[in-house]
Design a protein around this ligand. Structure first.
Ligand SMILES: O=C(O)CCC(=O)C(=O)O
Ligand SMILES: [Fe+2]
Length: 355
């Protein structure tokens, strides 16, 4: 990948100052902010039970596969419970992730993005000095395959974090592949048609840190976007919610269940499923009281792969919806634009007249 982003100041540091107003650079137009509507009557994303999906009881398994299919097709998002990742590993990761943002300034500096890179502390998708910024710091890291890690950042992360991360990253890769296989079952196609893109896959991780904000209604923690890769597995670190997804024109807050992963479909998986499982726009809001931390693990196809819909999903009645593009070109194109809804994936769509 060949991506870069303009260096920006730390919002965590900014939020420590006694501010009553947020600086202009973070103030968005009303339609880009997240004024909350009446949220009590809104539906919630489906909850999928991984243990049922693996059950030897074929009735139970079949029923949960139908639920998975519905969740992926209609929501593009679900919460996964009984996912089998040990709760002690999750607790370690939560603690390590918090500790990362508690590092002394000097230690954090060593892990700050370098000019021309997007790994480490900083932001991605910042292409001009005029661009409005989000009320968040992020820490971005390539974890798999190991040869794509950036030693300058990877080898500098605190050792306990790195040790737990190695296990977490391997476990989440296994989980992601299994979920993708189950999606192929749900789509009634040969799992190889989907899993071959991920042989082995690419895994990146982002720790999002949203400090409290004196004017939360004027900013956004993370602008509306769809994720670029295959599958995103998100762990919310505490009980402060903030993630919202766009469904049928409405913003629906996700109330993170304890011990669950929030999983969503990325743009590349939308291509592979020929649009049957769509990536969904989502964003993160902030509040004036408490910081919020989330750990997103992105699992995407192999960098050598060429993206195209799975052959069995392309039929006379359901022609290919997306042009072929290499994974590398897709990543590069995605990171070369500002985050804006699903605009990048839409460029890949084949229009009615075949263009
Ligand atoms: O913080 C969240 O809940 C959302 C994070 C997210 O969408 C991302 O990192 O792509
Ligand atoms: Fe996302």
């Amino acid at each position: 990948m060949d991506v870069t982003s303009i260096l920006v100041p730390s919002v965590q540091e900014l939020a420590k100052e006694p501010l009553t107003q947020v600086p202009d650079r973070y103030v968005l137009q009303d339609h880009e902010t997240a004024a909350l509507s009446n949220t009590t009557s809104l539906p919630q994303v489906p909850v999928i039970d991984f243990a049922k999906l693996l059950s030897p009881d074929l009735n139970l398994k079949g029923h949960e596969l139908e639920n998975l299919h519905f969740a992926c097709k209609e929501w593009g998002f679900f919460q996964l419970v009984n996912h089998g990742i040990s709760s002690s590993l999750i607790e370690y990761m939560k603690r390590d992730t918090k500790t990362l943002y508690e590092l002394p300034k000097e230690e954090k500096k060593k892990l700050w993005q370098k000019e021309g890179e997007i790994e480490g502390f900083g932001q991605a998708f910042i292409l001009s000095e005029e661009q409005k910024l989000e009320w968040a710091d992020t820490f971005f890291l390539t974890t798999l395959p190991p040869h794509l890690r950036k030693p300058l950042i990877y080898n500098q992360i605190p050792q306990t974090f790195r040790e737990h991360l190695e296990i977490y990253s391997a476990e989440l890769e296994k989980l992601a592949i299994k979920v993708i296989e189950l999606m192929a079952n749900a789509l009634a196609i040969n799992p190889k048609e989907m899993t071959e893109f991920f042989n082995p896959g690419t895994q990146m991780l982002r720790v999002n840190y949203y400090p409290p904000c004196p004017q939360p209604e004027r900013v956004i923690g993370l602008k509306s976007h769809s994720d670029v890769g295959g599958l995103t597995i998100l762990l919310q670190i505490g009980d402060i919610n903030g993630l919202q997804i766009r469904k049928d024109g409405q913003w629906i807050p996700i109330l993170s269940l304890p011990n669950a992963f929030i999983i969503n479909i990325g743009d590349m998986l939308e291509i592979i499923t020929n649009g049957i499982y769509p990536s969904i726009e989502h964003r993160a809001t902030v509040n004036s009281e408490k910081e919020r931390i989330s750990l997103a693990t992105f699992y995407g196809p192999n960098m050598q792969a060429i993206l195209a819909p799975a052959p069995s999903l392309v039929t006379q009645e359901t022609p290919a919806q997306f042009r072929r593009i290499s994974v590398v070109d897709h990543f590069n194109g995605y990171f070369a634009q500002e985050l804006r809804g699903k605009s990048y994936l839409n460029e890949m769509r084949i229009t009615k007249d075949g263009e």
